[in-house]
Design a protein around this ligand. Structure first.
Ligand code: KG4
Ligand code: ZN
Length: 367
């Protein structure tokens, strides 16, 4: 392959406008993320129309900043990569249209990347940037890959071959994604948005054994997930414990810092949050354990926004599992474009290019 394998990637599938320049899928020269959290926070969730508008505002400065921080010009690149799905159609379209325009004006090839594949490659990028990865080099090596975010809770078997990756979907959520459950529980209890980081910070102050949430009984595929029952159980618990006044008071504290929020939160609610987090972490790691045993995988990758969760990372680290668990750094766990560039690199090597008919695919699957 000619050149340095320099890819400029653009990611705009949800509420982050991101651009990055990565060399050979292994060295990040820049990674810029403009978050829209402040825009959506007051609505308690992502508002698609606002997301598209914010992407339009941010895309040009974010791409310029990524090029400037990498110290490269468009002429020094080898390809433009962009997330083509899954995600919000209008949001994806902003990134795709801009990437197409850049590819058209420079003559560089355009590479379409599935957002979920990007999340998996976030871990591989981390590994390549640090020590040699046990996930590389051996074509027969297979890894479990759990993508757990606001939109997805999907468990794959990922297998690298000489110059490509194959994915097999072995379990997925049948209702809410884990991040969505965090966000909905936070919202119903009067905490801010996004709920995952808030609950994660408050959970250590509560007793995870205080409220016993049972595991959902899955009909059909035992590796599928379900989180809507857990969310309903939290709602029911809140109703049974007359929390309405407490929740209403908290809704007036949306700009409070975590310390202030903790001091104003009764112990029983901290216990509820800790128990909720304990139940989510237990379900996620149980599925990884069952599938690792069935398949005999030596490694598991956990990626996506929920992979930032300190409780999940601690539980995986202290469980002395018979397989290695890899998490990306927190900055690479949530949405970013470096992971999109990393996933695009094998496609550049294979010359798997998109043309200008590329469209946004809101519900694109990986396998
Ligand atoms: O991957 P991501 O940035 O965007 C999607 O593709 O969805 O994930 C965002 C999701 C949100 O639901 C957010 O609440 C959750 O990840 N999240 C967390 C944590 N940080 C972000 N969930 C639990 N614990 C965290 N520390
Ligand atoms: Zn994501």
């Amino acid at each position: 392959m000619p050149g340095r394998g320099l890819i400029l990637a653009i990611e705009s599938s949800c509420d982050e406008t991101a651009a990055a320049v990565v060399e050979r899928g292994a060295r990040t020269l820049s990674s810029v993320v403009a978050s829209q959290i402040a825009t959506h926070a007051r609505y308690g969730g992502v508002v698609p129309e606002l997301a598209s508008r914010e992407h339009l505002r941010a895309i040009v400065p974010v791409v310029r900043a990524a090029l400037a921080q990498a110290g490269v010009t468009l002429a020094g690149l080898d390809a433009i990569a962009v997330t083509s799905g899954p995600g919000l159609a209008g949001a994806l379209l902003v990134g795709i249209t801009y990437a197409k325009a850049l590819a058209f004006s420079t003559g560089l090839p355009l590479i379409a990347v599935n957002h979920l594949e990007g999340h998996i490659h976030a871990v591989l990028l981390n590994e390549r940037e640090s020590t040699p990865s046990p996930l590389r080099g051996d074509p027969d090596e297979q890894a479990l890959a759990l993508v757990v975010s606001g939109g997805h809770t999907h468990l794959y078997l990922a297998r690298p071959t000489a110059n490509t990756w194959h994915y097999q979907l072995i379990g997925r959520t049948l209702d809410d994604a884990a991040g969505e459950a965090y966000d909905k529980v936070a919202k119903l209890l009067g905490f801010g948005y996004p709920g995952g980081p808030i609950i994660d910070k408050l959970a250590p102050f509560g007793n995870p054994e205080a409220v016993r949430f049972t595991s959902p009984k899955m009909k059909g595929n035992a590796l599928d997930f379900s989180f809507s029952g857990l969310k309903t159980a939290v709602l029911r618990w809140a109703e049974q414990h007359d929390m309405a006044d407490e929740i209403a008071a908290r809704r007036g504290m949306l700009h409070a810092g975590i310390d202030e929020l903790r001091k104003a939160t009764p112990q029983r609610t901290l216990d509820l949050l800790a128990s909720f987090q304990h139940a989510v972490v237990r379900e996620l790691l149980r599925h990884v354990a069952v599938s690792a045993e069935e398949i005999g995988a030596q490694s598991a990758i956990i990626s996506g926004g929920v992979a930032c969760n300190a409780g999940l990372r601690d539980a995986a680290r202290t469980a002395s599992l018979p397989y290695a668990v890899f998490f990306p750094t927190p900055g690479l766990s949530t949405d970013n474009a470096a992971m999109i560039a990393a996933a695009a690199f094998p496609k550049l090597a294979r010359r798997e290019f998109a043309d200008f008919t590329l469209k946004a695919k809101a519900s694109m699957s990986l396998a």
